[in-house]
Design a protein around this ligand. Structure first.
Ligand code: PGA
Length: 216
């Protein structure tokens, strides 16, 4: 049995009603393979409603403040998130392009750890800096994100293998244009044991197929 981490990154999508419809649609007859863990990452305002209806799915935040709290308008800190989520995504390329540096990301990682949040740390290549003691690393090449043009499973495996040498993280995820048809090519690669899914995760029935994917 391969232990898998399947992550839905909803990005800046969905209202409260959309979120509750999503959970209503995904749960009936859902058959999660033994060893598969699912994490759903909604926007901050949806976390409260999702917490009530997420069932066995874990929740994650899409980002966390680098600050502990206080006078930082617009920031959501790790202590606040702890009430709602057990996971947090740090270093997504859509945040890095807005100016997040390795130093900012280190601070975010420290905040997450201090507040017992498990970390999914995103990199776009094996050459990027990887903090110590991270739970999951997501390899997401920029060209593949939201483009419908995923990396080849062979190259993703090559990068994941290189990442394995740099980290003790339990999970190495692939992300970038993952869908129900191509997911098993990634999940069956030796060094990959999870996926980070953006666009396809918005559709509960398509995401359900991804969750139910069996690999040996
Ligand atoms: P995508 O996004 O699945 O829409 O390519 C993945 C991500 O950005 O995490």
């Amino acid at each position: 049995m391969k232990r898998l981490l399947i992550v839905a990154n909803w990005k800046s999508n969905k209202t409260e009603k959309d979120a509750s419809d999503w959970f209503k649609k995904i749960f009936p007859n859902l058959d999660v393979p033994a060893g598969t863990k699912v994490v759903v990452c909604p926007s901050f305002p949806l976390l409260s409603v999702c917490k009530k209806i997420a069932g066995d799915f874990a929740l994650g935040a899409q980002d966390v403040s680098q600050f502990a709290g206080g006078a930082h308008t617009g920031e959501v800190n790790a202590k606040q998130l702890q009430d709602f989520v057990s996971w947090v995504i740090i270093g997504h390329s859509e945040r890095r392009v807005m100016g997040e540096t390795d130093e900012t990301l280190q601070q975010k990682v420290a905040m997450a750890k201090e507040n017992n949040l498990k970390i999914i740390y995103c990199v776009s290549s094996q050459d990027q800096n990887i903090p110590e003691d991270i739970n999951a690393i997501a390899y997401e090449p920029i060209f593949a994100i939201g483009s419908g043009n995923p990396d080849t499973p062979e190259n993703a495996e090559k990068v994941a293998k290189a990442l394995r040498k740099k980290t003790t993280a339990e999970f190495i995820l692939y992300g970038g244009s993952v869908n129900a048809k191509n997911v098993s090519n990634f999940l069956s690669s030796c060094s990959i044991n999870g996926v980070l899914v953006g666009g396809t995760s918005l559709d509960p029935l398509e995401f359900k197929k991804i969750v139910e994917t069996n690999v040996s």
